[in-house]
Write a protein that binds this ligand. Sequence first.
Ligand SMILES: *[C@@H]1O[C@H](CO)[C@@H](O)[C@H](O)[C@H]1NC(C)=O
Ligand SMILES: *[C@@H]1O[C@H](CO)[C@@H](O)[C@H](O)[C@H]1NC(C)=O
Length: 366
Amino acid sequence: MDSLFSTGSLVTLSLILALTTVAPQAEARAFFVFGDSLVDNGNNDYLATTARADSPPYGIDYPTHQPTGRFSNGLNIPDIISEQMGAEPTLPYLSPMLTGERLLVGANFASAGIGILNDTGIQFLNIIRIGRQLEYFQQYQNRVSGLIGPEQTQRLVNQALVLITLGGNDFVNNYYLVPLSARSRQFALPDYVPFLISEYRKILVRLYELGARRVLVTGTGPLGCVPAELAQRSRNGECAVELQQAAALFNPQLVEMLGGLNSEIGGNVFIAANAMEMNMDFISDPQAYGFVTSKVACCGQGPYNGLGLCTRLSNLCPNRDIYAFWDPFHPSERANRIIVQQMMTGSSKYMNPMNLSTILALDSKT
Ligand SMILES: *[C@@H]1O[C@H](CO)[C@@H](O)[C@H](O)[C@H]1NC(C)=O
Ligand SMILES: *[C@@H]1O[C@H](CO)[C@@H](O)[C@H](O)[C@H]1NC(C)=O
């Protein structure tokens, strides 16, 4: 009986197999992250601010079991996206470890407390506002140019995946921070939202000018349903109406703005991730997702563990995997995994105009 393969083609075949298993490693695309505490990997640990997740029990389920500055018991959304891409997690831009080859993985510029507007999060003092995050992105590119030259740098940036998460704080830590806040006296909510969207648009245009070509833009989650708002604004455990209203106005206008930018550019640069739907799935039916509650935070105090900060003195649940919320504002690692799963494979209800697995497959062909 004839052998199916000659010895020569067997060797060729195993060589091809060897090459294909090595290639993704060498060509892992860079990843850049901008935004607020939902995506900060630890920049604020290097700043004089009160918006820091730098003490236990933050990080209790992180591989090192130490706080890292992430607002999570373990991994956060960018970490899990990196994992899905088969890449190392991005380092905070301010980390002294971010040098040499590590720069080629990308960088995380996010800073807890910031928003679209400069006056969002002023109570946190020294945080990296979005304009500054973009300046750092430019500085990053100059540093990488010194390493691999300007053309390769441009390629690395153009081929990178970018994530930007903004907007929640413009409501929670600005418009609704105190009764009669300056912005709420200046704008009625239906006028504030278009103002935010027009400012956000400028930020995204700048990101495009700086070379970003695949940008995942998350809308705000269900702001009124987080334990902090249940504790402060809800009598019976229903999601707080004003903040839900804000998110319901913001998200569709964001999707429309992104669609407008894409048609001006003539390509699908900006991808909308519907964080509202992604979160509402497990908030409305926590049991279906293996959570015992979506109202009570794992770490905190007061009603719903929603008051104050998560500290060593707070209540702490023994099993973080069965809580949708880790602290009064931020999802647990398990909830973050559900969110990223929808980003990867979700239908157009979640990802517009396409999901991340489609993007990764598309971009790997070009
Ligand atoms: C925010 O602050 C930066 C830096 O001071 C400034 O360049 C930018 O114009 C400000 N943005 C707005 C909308 O005022
Ligand atoms: C999302 O990804 C899955 C593959 O994981 C694919 O089957 C599906 O069609 C995609 N949906 C959209 C809307 O792109």
